[in-house]
Ligand binder design. Structure first.
Ligand SMILES: [Zn+2]
Length: 189
């Protein structure tokens, strides 16, 4: 009985202190859940004739997910996604979740594949999605397994949910490594 009274007194004393804590330590708000939207900067300065297609990919993802945002690199911003163009096949080399290098390969463009679908697919790899060669045009990550006539450049609901799940909260370096990334990985369209 005595112990319980003492404990109750301690709780009351603590409660009396709380307003003071709230006033003197605004950081107490940090304990509340926060919406963490991570911004990734992409650099189109070396994208050559495909700049508009990469901008469209960023727009497609920004309209599809909420936990990560793509923004064009400006002066003073970091570069998360490096973009190049060459005559090979489109591909992505993620180095960690949200970081890596992508190529628009002219080979796929010449074969008639839809440019915004290619760029949005490659950014999908940087956002943590693997290839899933289902052959379905409704799947963004089916890539070139879908017919070249496929013009769907938007992730489906499962692909959107997967990206939002991967970018929920802040990922520590250890989490990124646990997600299965190796610096030598190369995904293709
Ligand atoms: Zn791919």
């Amino acid at each position: 009985m005595l112990v319980r009274k003492v404990a109750r007194a301690a709780v009351l004393a603590l409660g009396a202190m709380l307003p003071l804590v709230a006033v003197t330590a605004p950081a107490a708000n940090a304990a509340e859940p926060q919406v963490l939207v991570r911004t990734l900067y992409y650099d189109t300065s070396q994208a050559q004739e495909f700049v508009a297609d990469w901008d469209k990919a960023a727009e497609n993802w920004n309209n599809s997910v909420s936990n990560v945002k793509l923004a064009k690199k400006g002066p003073g911003t970091p570069t998360n996604i490096r973009i190049y163009a060459d005559n090979g096949w489109p591909r992505a080399m993620p180095t960690s979740l949200g970081n890596g290098t992508v190529y628009m390969g002219r080979q796929a463009v010449q074969q008639g594949h839809y440019r915004p679908r290619i760029t949005t697919h490659e950014i999908g790899h940087i956002l943590g999605l693997p290839d899933r060669r289902t052959g379905l045009c409704t799947d963004l990550m089916s890539g070139s397994s879908a017919p070249a006539t496929c013009k769907n450049d938007l992730p489906n609901s499962a692909e959107r949910a997967e990206v939002d799940r991967k970018f929920r909260g802040q990922l520590a370096t250890a989490d990124v490594r646990a997600a299965g990334y190796a610096s030598t990985e190369c995904f293709v369209y």
